[in-house]
Design a protein around this ligand. Structure first.
Ligand SMILES: C[S@@+](CC[C@H](N)C(=O)[O-])C[C@H]1O[C@@H](n2cnc3c(N)ncnc32)[C@H](O)[C@@H]1O
Length: 262
């Protein structure tokens, strides 16, 4: 699949489009579930598809300072980030100084060590087939000991998908440069396992641009995967996890929790 521009030449937009402060509640829930299942105290957490580290920053010790800046709490865990995009990992290192990062594909990466928990947040949206999911769940299992936790959090499942949904996140301003964006999701073929997310960015040049300020309009189309809750649970079960859907009120994601069987 062609890399979306958001994870390539336009990766600099990511911290402005989806700021770390937007992830505090999600990170808090993960923190709570980790403490409930594995006890309090520092844990080793691997995030696959960690992107700019906007979730990880709230969970890991190295991100404590940045997390406080966005209203989170002092992270206590040791976080490691894997992503397919070097520009996104560069964002992650800028946000979480000293964080360990690895360039890799969640379907195949092997770090040769295990963690207490493995997280795949919205990056899991980019798995397009059941084979992709099976390979990725093997990666997750390869990085856990029996009893270790897997958190898998797709933005949509086939049960929660809203065809034609628009997210208008308004305007954010970096220095003199303004960026406005919105996203639209639709499912061209409900009989397959994918949907399309179309992102539009309006990038206005800085106030001192000469001879005139201009607005560049960029269209960035992402192909994403769509699987039912029942399929997710079944695939996780098949990969060796005791899996369940975490009940939440509202929430911008579905969260599956798996415990690796012995
Ligand atoms: C929406 S961003 C994730 C943002 C992240 N949750 C954060 O906190 O900043 C999706 C990320 O998934 C990554 N990605 C997509 N497919 C991947 C794969 N097969 N393996 C690893 N990373 C992948 C992209 O490079 C991108 O950084």
């Amino acid at each position: 699949m062609k890399t979306p521009r958001l994870y390539a030449d336009l990766a600099w937009l990511w911290p402005y489009l989806s700021p770390p402060g937007d992830y505090v509640e999600e990170a808090a829930l993960l923190n709570e579930l980790i403490a409930e299942r594995l006890g309090h105290g520092p844990k080793r957490i691997l995030e696959l598809g960690a992107g700019g580290g906007h979730t990880l920053v709230h969970l890991c010790e190295a991100g404590a300072e940045a997390s406080r800046m966005v209203g989170g709490w002092d992270g206590i865990h040791e976080g490691v980030a894997v992503d397919l995009s070097e520009p996104m990992l560069a964002n992650c290192r800028a946000l979480i100084p000293g964080v360990e990062t690895h360039l890799g594909d969640m379907r195949s990466v092997r770090l040769g060590k295990t963690f207490d928990a493995v997280l795949i947040h919205d990056a899991v949206d980019y798995l397009l087939s059941e084979d992709d999911i099976r390979q990725t769940l093997d990666t997750v299992a390869a990085h856990l000991e029996p009893g270790g936790l897997a958190f898998i959090a797709p933005t949509y499942t086939a049960d929660t998908f809203v065809d034609g949904e628009v997210a208008d996140d308004g305007t954010t301003i970096e220095d003199a440069q303004a960026v406005t964006y919105f996203s639209y999701v639709h499912d061209p073929d409900p009989s397959d396992t994918t949907f399309e997310m179309i992102l539009l960015y309006l990038i206005r040049s800085p106030a001192d641009a000469t001879p005139l300020r201009r607005v560049e309009v960029v269209e960035d189309r992402h192909t994403c995967g769509l699987f039912s809750i029942a399929r997710w649970l079944s695939l996780m079960g098949g990969a060796g996890f005791d899996a369940s859907l975490v009940e939440q009120e509202g929430g911008a994601w579905s969260l599956f929790l798996g415990r690796l069987r012995g």
